[in-house]
Design a protein around this ligand. Structure first.
Ligand code: MN
Length: 346
């Protein structure tokens, strides 16, 4: 009764409340795909793919073209044997990782309905609540300071600050934000905008000014592993890989080459299956973990809330894209300020 009989894809477009700027990139819209799996007994499981051309090389029309093939691949599989469905869809890792994430999550969502257990408990039920940061996109110094103050006063104790376009301005920005929000922690994300040299200069300059950076994310190009290693040993702050860390194989290579203190897992880069492997790899190697997002609506963020609470593996949660989009909330979690609570008891 819990075999998959059909799969559907629906395009959902969401506008950002305000253009979202990161180093060398601006987004004003997220074109996401709602993926549903239908079971023989009428149960429907739902997931969301928020693709990224910049990181994953994905384009929405190419992803849509996969629908019939995907249906063929997983039809007849029972969601109770979800590892079989994970193994089949692992082949999408390099070509359509966001679709892999959505269909793997939809499988767990359907299983959750079949057995009457929330997904976060299927994944281990480690935590009943997590806390997210909120992101400040690249803007003028004045605007970034204003937004930081507002976000901090709204209850977000960790602010994620986007930088990476101008070293001198970035140093000024971080010092100004730090002075305006005493007590806050900062994850700074340069989205590959620096060179190894400028990244070291940035980290050492703001460290000398006592700016409380807890993670310095992807300062340099994703494929520069020598640079990351050099940076890691010259930065007073922990270095995290995001764009460098897509599959479990990437993370294995990063760890073996001593390139990272932290890994930023995103389901949209890795799907559920690789994300589970990366959690174990990082724990084994004593590397820290954060979880991030692309342009997911609350439906897609729900996936990461359940994954993060279930595994309990993350020091930092950057699950805020739904707050940056114009949308009507439709996640299976509850939000109270910076707290995200999977399937609250009603
Ligand atoms: Mn990032």
């Amino acid at each position: 009764m819990s075999e998959i009989v059909d799969v559907s894809f629906d395009l959902k477009s969401y506008e950002y409340s305000e253009a979202f700027r990161i180093a060398n990139n601006v987004k004003d819209k997220a074109n996401n795909i709602e993926v549903k799996v239908y079971l023989k007994d009428g149960t429907v499981g739902i997931g969301e793919a928020s693709s990224s051309y910049r990181v994953n090389g994905e384009k929405v029309p190419a992803l849509f073209a996969l629908k019939d093939t995907l249906k063929e691949m997983i039809s007849g599989e029972d969601v109770r044997n979800y590892r079989r469905i994970f193994n089949i869809t692992d082949g999408l890792s390099r070509t359509a990782p966001s679709v892999k994430a959505a269909v793997q999550y939809a499988t767990l969502d359907a299983l959750s309905a079949v057995i009457g257990l929330p997904v976060y408990q299927i994944l281990g039920g480690s935590k009943s609540k997590i806390h997210t940061d909120k992101t400040i996109g690249i803007d003028t110094i004045d605007n970034m300071v204003k937004k930081s103050i507002k976000t901090f006063n709204d209850g977000f104790k960790t602010l994620k600050i986007k930088i990476g376009e101008n070293l001198k301005e970035d140093i000024e920005k971080m010092i100004a934000i730090s002075e305006a929000t005493p007590g806050a922690s900062y994850i700074v994300d340069a989205n590959q905008g620096y060179t190894t040299k400028t990244a070291i200069q940035f980290a050492q300059s703001i460290y000398a000014q006592n700016v409380n950076v807890v993670v310095f994310e992807q300062p340099i190009m994703w494929n520069d592993l020598d640079g990351l290693k050099l940076l890691r040993y010259n930065s007073p702050f922990p270095i995290a890989a995001d764009e460098s860390a897509k599959t479990k194989y990437d993370v294995y290579t990063l760890i073996r080459n001593e390139c990272v203190d932290f890994v930023n897992i995103k389901l949209m880069k890795s799907g559920i299956s690789d994300a589970l492997s990366i959690v174990e790899l990082a724990k084994t190697a004593n590397v820290g973990l954060m979880i991030g997002c692309m342009g997911e609506s609350s439906l897609g963020i729900n996936q990461s809330v359940h994954f993060a609470a279930g595994t309990g593996a993350f020091t930092y949660h950057d699950l805020d894209s739904h707050m940056l989009l114009k949308e009507k909330f439709h996640g299976k979690f509850k939000q109270e300020g910076d707290a995200l609570i999977p399937n609250p008891v009603v």
